[in-house]
Design a protein around this ligand. Structure first.
Ligand code: PMT
Length: 218
């Protein structure tokens, strides 16, 4: 086995949360720290891949030796993925906001005694579904993540089919799992061949195992 099996390969990794503005000073986001995505980018780099690391505002620093593209919103993340294509593989570990605020204000909203603001939502682009469905430039291997709080494997299996990706890494993000922001993750790798439970392990170990599987598959 070559020491650098991913030499000459280009992989896009998305990571962290996105941030959807309410007004210039407020936003909607989620608890993704970016730890799992950063670990995956580092593991792929260690196998010799060229990595385009597209990250929302994360709590962990991006790894050295990868190309870092920092974005805020889901729409910016989608555009950055498009600009990074073509790639041999795409690993979508970002926790992309499903909705953006449709009536975001361009000035800071004020308390003016006329009642509570009402936020309206609009759907964000689904980056994973879009990449998976590309007619041209679709990466040979498209891997999604599924963050679930219940019926993890069933929901993730349905998500893989719906979004059209090759593999989906299902993880339990219920509050008691400690996955968001924690050092460990418990995942199930789901492909067309079925579901494979991995033991609970550090996010670095999940990343190395996933990177090795990607190298094997390409
Ligand atoms: O960042 P950490 O604190 O280390 O936590 C890691 C993690 C739990 C965030 C990560 O392992 C994870 O599960 N990431 C995916 C989170 C998520 O948004 O899951 P989802 O089930 O909502 O989305 C499914 C897939 O579609 C994901 O690959 C997501 O990137 C993608 N998606 C979702 C919505 C959208 N508009 N566009 C997308 O591309």
């Amino acid at each position: 086995v070559a020491a650098k099996p991913m030499q000459g390969r280009h992989v896009i990794v998305t990571s962290g949360p996105t941030r959807e503005p309410i007004d210039p000073v407020r936003y909607i986001s989620n608890h993704s720290s970016g730890a799992q995505g950063a670990a995956i980018a580092a593991a792929l780099r260690d196998l010799g891949a060229r990595v385009s690391f597209i990250t929302g505002p994360a709590q962990v620093s991006p790894p050295e030796g990868v190309e870092v593209i920092a974005v805020q919103t889901a729409e910016e993340m989608r555009a950055a993925v498009e600009a990074a294509l073509p790639a041999d593989a795409a690993v979508m570990a970002a926790a992309v906001a499903d909705w953006k605020v449709a009536n975001a204000a361009d000035r800071k909203m004020k308390k003016n005694g006329s009642g509570m603001p009402v936020l309206e939502f609009a759907e964000n682009p689904d980056i994973l579904a879009w990449v998976s469905g590309l007619a041209q430039d679709r990466p040979a291997l498209v891997i999604g993540f599924a963050a679930e709080t219940h019926d993890v494997v069933a929901n993730a299996t349905a998500k893989r089919a719906r979004k059209g990706c090759d593999w989906i890494v299902a993880n339990d993000v219920s509050p008691e799992s400690g996955t968001f922001g924690g050092a460990e993750n418990t995942v199930t790798l789901i492909s067309a061949d079925g579901a494979e439970d991995w033991p609970r392990m550090g996010k670095d170990a999940v990343a190395r195992r996933l990177a090795a599987r990607i190298a094997e598959a390409l």
